[in-house]
Design a protein around this ligand. Structure first.
Ligand code: OKP
Ligand code: ZN
Length: 324
């Protein structure tokens, strides 16, 4: 297992978030990466890849907003993190002038604050994922230490702590290299951005296990399967036996699609101690789940999505990696 990391991912430092109607300290912090790094040991460096692999999955106007929104926010006389508050439910095309309108046009929710370092971290998360998928293409499993998460970022939207969909950027890179690629999403939350990007794309597949959207974020996706998308909603309280069974079925489907490479969106927020989630996996369960995946003989590029129990995040990730 090779492990990749670039410290520019620490530049994104959101301060606050809305949660259940109150402003709270942000859950998605640089300390998450630091906990993981302390647990996994030596990492390898990552190279810059320019805009092309990002533009292969994201809309150029959206990328431009990500790059410039915080500067525009400051130019408008604001301080702190840039957040949208008004969203285009009307779907009427408009010429957008204020940064507030442009943010709302490219966001599903208020859970993705843009800070001074967001662009730097999000692009280096994508480059780190690309390094991992290059390793998988060459025949060796790899783990990319990535933050902020990516799977709620769609072709032209951010949301849920996610800006750049690094799982999809790396899956598309492997597809362009001639592979049939499955993204296996094991984060607690349904990866609505990944579905947005992958639905209907030739040679790319998404199998996702997640909390039932009737009870959990992102609410408006994740209950239906169609074409190259396979969604498995699971109830709050799901523990190892039911999760492992759902994983076995997802892997069988991935095999039936003829996939020959895996990108795993790994979220450790399925852990029983996660502060914002409601599954019941234990640290040792991650190793057993990973053993099941490794048993398929597909090479895997693993990227980090969520996981907010800071004290346990490192050992949960290490347990998952040990299974390979
Ligand atoms: C990201 B990932 C915060 C409310 C919490 C957002 C959850 C994002 C999870 N304002 N809802 O999938 O771990
Ligand atoms: Zn999550």
């Amino acid at each position: 297992m090779r492990i990749f990391w670039d410290e520019r991912q620490l530049a994104h430092r959101p301060s606050i978030e809305f949660f259940n109607g109150a402003l709270e300290p942000a859950s998605e912090t640089p300390a998450r990466a630091e906990q993981v790094l302390a647990a996994v040991g030596r990492t390898e460096p990552v190279t810059e890849r320019g805009m092309a692999p990002l533009e292969a999955v994201h809309d150029p106007a959206y990328l431009e907003l990500l790059r410039t929104a915080h500067d525009e926010w400051l130019a408008a006389g604001r301080s702190g993190d840039a957040l949208p508050y008004c969203f285009p439910i009307s779907r009427r095309p408009r010429k957008l002038e204020r940064v507030d309108a442009r943010l709302g046009a490219h966001a599903t929710d208020t859970c993705a604050p843009i800070t001074a370092g967001t662009w730097e971290s999000a692009t280096w998360a994508a480059y780190t994922a690309l390094a991992a998928v290059d390793s998988a293409l060459a025949g060796e499993h790899a783990f990319a230490v990535t933050r902020p998460p990516g799977h709620h970022a769609g072709a032209a939207f951010m949301g849920g702590y996610s800006y750049m969909n690094h799982a999809c950027v790396s899956a598309e890179h492997a597809r362009a290299a001639g592979r049939r690629v499955a993204v296996l999403d094991l984060d607690y939350h349904m990866g609505n951005g990944s579905e947005d990007i992958l639905a209907g794309r030739d040679g790319l597949f998404l199998a996702s296990l997640h909390a039932d959207p009737s009870t959990d974020y992102p609410f408006f996706w994740g209950d239906r399967s169609e074409g190259n998308i396979r969604n498995t909603p699971l109830p709050r309280g799901t523990g190892f036996a039911a999760y492992d069974h759902a994983l076995a079925e997802a892997l069988e489907w991935i095999g039936e699609q003829g996939c020959d490479l895996l990108v795993i969106s790994f979220g450790a927020d399925t852990y029983r101690g996660d502060p914002i989630s409601h599954f019941e996996l234990d640290t040792s369960d991650y190793e057993r789940l990973a053993q099941r995946i490794a048993g398929t003989n597909l090479r895997a590029a693993i990227v980090l999505e969520g996981g907010y129990a800071l004290d346990a995040l490192g050992r949960n990730v290490a347990s998952f990696l040990a299974g390979f």
